[in-house]
Design a protein around this ligand. Structure first.
Ligand SMILES: Cc1cc2nc3c(=O)[nH]c(=O)nc-3n(C[C@H](O)[C@H](O)[C@H](O)COP(=O)(O)OP(=O)(O)OC[C@H]3O[C@@H](n4cnc5c(N)ncnc54)[C@H](O)[C@@H]3O)c2cc1C
Ligand code: SF4
Length: 394
């Protein structure tokens, strides 16, 4: 239902990735991405092209590069233009900016009589609270919403939730970098946010990611790429790089339109390693569970970034939280309510039903039980559609 179709236009950053693929002898592993964007005539509004006229009017993509911060041209297939829009046509009330903080089974412990759901306004200083009664509950707060809520509720109103809650959290084993070009005429900002992908090996995938002109907030988070085992090695490399290439570094720091001149690279792997989320004194905490610890310093990334930088005449930079603190970054945190055969090895079954309760489902990134190694939204959506299709109609 997301309406995914191939990106019709490769841009500068995509062509550079294609060149890198050729250099690596992996031309066949390079491809355009399938994306949930309406590629009609740019900026022209047309009647719903997806749902036999039941959906909203749409505008054609104008390749402004702003997908990451929200499409202002009605072209990106966001939930308010498909699932939520169609749900409202069926009479569903969508109550935004309301945080659920308690879910209690009615008259009994297994939820077969329904649930009381308590919420509070999430965007007001003086918080308004409310409650709804429902027969069914679907948790869809994402790995960072559903998992902390259920960790809390297991100790309170939902004690039957599996002890596996918080287990099997994954980072998609990824790394995010930037390449700042010194060519004043190059603009990485044109195009959809992610227009191509290179499968660098059986487990790994590299994508150029763009931001629209003016979206340069990243600048304050970046430092020259410096890998190493500990902070002293990394800081020494960083200082050495500053003194060895002072002009290059000053040019990189002071580029005029940072988003336009910087190509973000996103590297993701299927390689398995898991963390465990639990409740600590100051909120949620994470600890290593299984496999190699996620790392900010993946050797392949270092050489891929340097090769890409040569192609676009640029300088690789990474987030200072990686360079200085050694903390890896992910845009794809997943797991924590994983699937299993029973409550000893999972929180939900293969149809997303929560073990220990009736009429309760989890349908979000927390259900994902392996690193997809690619952007996960489509997988989350497909599994959710599958789970919903298992619920008999009225
Ligand atoms: C910058 C960025 C770029 C990305 N780009 C891509 C991409 O191009 N392609 C891709 O496939 N994936 C992408 N991802 C990943 C993708 O967005 C997520 O994997 C996906 O949105 C997760 O879906 P979800 O339903 O699990 O959670 P979310 O999309 O996070 O939705 C959870 C919702 O629940 C709400 N919520 C949480 N707790 C509560 C509560 N207690 N009560 C009420 N509401 C609550 C949250 O506010 C949120 O609206 C990107 C992620 C980031 C951060
Ligand atoms: S590039 Fe992205 S933000 Fe810009 S019009 Fe197309 S879908 Fe919308």
């Amino acid at each position: 239902m997301l309406g995914a179709n191939p990106n019709p236009k490769l841009q500068v950053g995509d062509k550079a990735l294609q060149q890198l693929a050729q250099q690596m002898g992996k031309e066949k592993e390079f491809e355009s991405t399938n994306v949930a964007v309406f590629f009609g005539q740019p900026d022209k509004t047309v009647p719903d092209p997806y749902f036999n006229g039941k959906g909203p009017d749409r505008g054609g993509c104008n390749f402004c590069g702003g997908c990451m911060i929200g499409c202002r041209y009605n072209a990106k297939n966001t939930l308010d233009k498909n699932y939520l829009y169609l749900a409202r046509q069926l009479g569903v009330t969508v109550q935004a900016e309301s945080e659920v903080y308690d879910v209690t089974p009615l008259n009994g412990s297994d939820g077969s009589s329904g649930y009381e759901i308590k919420w509070k306004r999430s965007t007001r200083y003086f918080k308004k609270k409310g409650r709804v009664i429902g027969k069914n509950v679907v948790f869809a707060g994402g790995a960072l919403g559903t998992v902390p809520l259920l960790l809390k509720l297991k100790k309170k109103s939902l004690p039957n939730i599996s002890a596996k809650i918080g287990s099997g959290v994954r980072t998609n084993s990824e790394s995010l970098l930037g390449i700042i070009t010194f060519d004043k005429n190059t603009s990485f900002s044109e195009g959809i946010a992610i227009g191509s992908i290179l499968h660098t090996d059986e487990y790994s995938h590299l994508e150029p990611v763009r931001y629209s002109s003016g979206s340069g907030f990243w600048r304050i988070l970046l430092a020259p790429m410096a890998h190493g085992r500990n902070v002293f090695i990394r800081l020494s490399k960083l200082i050495y790089d500053f003194f060895r290439h002072p002009i290059q570094n000053l040019k990189a720091i002071s580029v005029w339109d940072f988003a336009k001149r910087t190509q973000i690279l996103l590297f993701m792997q299927t390689i398995n390693s898991t963390l465990r989320f639990s409740r600590g004194l100051f909120g949620m905490k994470s600890s290593m569970e299984a496999g190699p610890a996620p790392t900010a310093f993946i050797p392949e990334v270092d050489s891929l970034a340097k090769d890409y930088a040569k192609i676009v005449n640029g300088k690789p930079v990474s987030l200072f939280t990686e360079t200085i603190m050694g903390i890896p970054t992910t845009a794809h945190i997943l797991g924590g309510c994983v699937m299993g055969n029973n409550s000893n090895d999972g929180v939900i079954d293969k149809d997303n039903r929560v073990f220990g309760y009736e009429n309760m489902w989890i349908c979000d990134g927390s259900m994902i039980s392996a690193n997809p190694g690619v952007n996960p939204a489509l997988t989350i959506t497909a599994l959710t559609e599958r789970a919903m299709s298992k619920i008999p109609g009225k």
